[in-house]
Design a binder for this molecule. Structure first.
Ligand code: SF4
Length: 246
């Protein structure tokens, strides 16, 4: 059985899918986002993770099962990037499904369509984090182009897999009106889109960068005001996209 590198667990999240979520934060990521709020989960450095077997994770989560099941919740794999440890999450997700647990995967979908297909039958909801609709700006923010991600969003839709689109609103960086309109129009074609989850940029992760002696190059960015968030929400609502409440 595969072993996974896990940074941490959070047993009571109300933000990472429906109901109360037990969140598993996996170590490792394909991206190097300049605004990463979990930078301690990106590189799998010694001391930042522990190894767990699938059985150990399932046992741990089963102990907390009554309270998240009662709330209509379940388990969310997050990170880092869950697909970075594909063999481990494949086994983990199939075990959760065998146990009848609702599953969500918080992912950038920077992976092959084959891998998405292999796990999709065990995933109830994908939480797709798209960092930018413009591929050049996406590369500036993450180090990678977004073409594969956009293709995989279409692919998820063709599999009829429900998904939320998660988007971090950073004034002056991801909030340009033209880019937001383009993103909204791109999303409007997908019948499996169940929610647009707009996340206001925050600076809480900066202390992790400092603790790791890494330079935070986005130090001039500011969190959006309520008005700025409202303006972005309106652009999605204007074409009837389901914006989730923050
Ligand atoms: S995809 Fe997420 S975890 Fe990975 S670098 Fe970007 S913000 Fe950090």
């Amino acid at each position: 059985m595969a072993k996974g590198l896990i940074h941490s667990f959070e047993s009571f999240s109300t933000l990472d899918g429906p109901g109360i979520r037990y969140v598993v934060f996996l170590s490792g990521c394909f991206f190097r986002c300049v605004f990463c709020h979990n930078v301690d989960m990106v590189e799998s450095l010694p001391g930042t993770y522990k190894e767990y077997s699938v059985a150990e994770v399932v046992e741990k989560i089963n102990r907390a099962r009554p309270y998240f099941v009662r709330s209509g919740g379940g388990v969310t794999l997050s990170g880092g990037e869950p697909f970075f440890q594909f063999n481990f999450i494949r086994e983990l997700l199939s075990e959760f499904k065998r146990e009848g647990i609702h599953t969500a995967v918080d992912t950038c979908l920077y992976t092959s369509s084959q891998q998405i297909k292999e796990v999709s039958e065990w995933v109830d909801l994908f939480l797709v984090g798209l960092k930018h609709i413009d591929t050049r700006k996406h590369k500036q923010l993450t180090g990678r182009n977004n073409d594969l991600i956009l293709e995989n969003i279409s692919y998820l839709n063709s599999l009829k897999k429900p998904f939320w689109l998660r988007y971090v609103v950073i004034p002056g960086i991801t909030s340009d009106k033209g880019d937001i309109r383009r993103l909204a129009e791109f999303l409007a074609q997908f019948s499996s889109l169940q929610g647009v989850d707009l996340l206001p940029y925050h600076r809480l992760g900066i202390k992790k960068w400092q603790a790791m002696n890494k330079e935070y190059t986005l130090s001039c960015a500011k969190p959006p005001t309520e008005e700025e968030m409202e303006e972005v929400k309106l652009a999605f609502r204007a074409i009837n996209l389901p914006v989730l409440a923050c």
